[in-house]
Design a protein around this ligand. Sequence first.
Ligand code: NDP
Length: 452
Amino acid sequence: MADRDFDLFVIGAGSGGVRASRFSANRGARVAVAEDLYLGGTCVNVGCVPKKLFVYASHFKDEMHEMTSGYGWSVGETSFDWPTLRDNKTKEIERLNGIYEGLLRDADVKHVPGRATIVDAHTVEVEGTRYTTENILVATGGWPSVPEIPGAELAKTSNDLFSLESLPKTAIIVGGGYIAVEFACIFDGLGVDVTQLYRGPLFLRGFDEDVRSHLAEQIRSRGVDLRFDLNVASIEKQGDGIRATLTDGSTMDADLILFATGRHPNVADLGLEEVGVETAKDGSIRVDEFSRTNVPSIWAIGDVTNRINLTPVAIHEGVCLADTLFADNPRSPDHENVPAAVFSQPPVGTVGLTEAQAREKYEGIDVYRSIFRALKQTLTGGDEKTLMKLIVDRESDRVVGLHMVGPDAGEILQGFAVAIKAGATKADFDATIGIHPTSAEEFVTMRTPVGG
Ligand code: NDP
């Protein structure tokens, strides 16, 4: 082992790769990490972090409306300046890039800038230099997928949205997943006229049905033109803007079209095939429960394995890997009851099973559901409704699914996710005193099932 340059060579300095690098180095390993783009990966640069800053920016229109429509405030003329937001966001991301650099340095991880290729089971090449290593970790994440339709190159992907020259006046957003829903709401909040198209009958496939239909209603009532069973068939230039021909034959003009149509594993030109690493049909790297590929010295974590494509999951997989390899403590990542949030407006928070999944898995379930207007809305006349839902396995009394659509859903869900992870029962929920007045108290005060 000692005659190789490193114990672990990580390809990709995103959330998972950086965590695996640092934790492996902390456990005494000699580690290098190669990155050809930006430190911090998608989440820090063109994902979670800048997205959340944009979500904050897009809330102020609502907040100004609320303060002036019932709470006694008045404000002068207001306006929004896109370059200010964009450039302040960029400064913050550059600061974070620097922090990542410092974290690697402090952990004694060698940062190798450039594109890495796997040469053989123990060799990686970056920009013409070859490094030998005991283990290789592929943590290269994902990349936006774009449908193959005429004119697709005229559309943007989420990678482009964070550096737009100007904010569009009108936008068509294609897709019905996390990114489409979040950006429809961000653009809407910033004053863009938004149409969102989803090819199926109801967006957010995989989420609880009540969550999906409730969110669709709320988003529509904010003014987003949400259309289902419709897709873009082709795109062409039209003056300064773009014209989309839709699958029903109609046309629609806009300043910008966003394809938020999923992401694929970032495996191109890595050398996986040459070295014999097995991939699935979707290109994701096949791994066992310890994140090991079929080539014993090559491992993979994060979105490139297409297990659960969320930053905290990649980080968890990275920590488990460091323990497995360098702490004599083989740990397989735990993918059960992973909470998630969609930062739409209102946001979604979810943990555990959907009602449909629970019906499939358990003999009998009880469903508790509450839809209400939050207290804050009472003075503003706003009609946004919050949805809360609990799904309980009747036999064990365990709460097996918990879902919310409403303000602060992500913040509220984090705490409840601990309870679900710990196996809390409905009786535990009932025995918990609410915090009054909050929306979250509804989760511990629902007493009558709505269906079983
Ligand atoms: P998703 O996989 O969530 O959604 C992709 C959407 O695009 C689906 O609605 C899919 O439809 C649709 N689609 C796929 N192909 C086409 C096509 N050819 N034409 C029209 N529509 C199409 O991907 P996203 O890009 O939204 O996000 C990628 C991943 O990033 C997510 O899975 C999530 O894990 C992560 N993410 C997490 C966030 C968070 O935690 N808040 C935020 C953003 C991203 P269908 O349902 O019919 O397949």
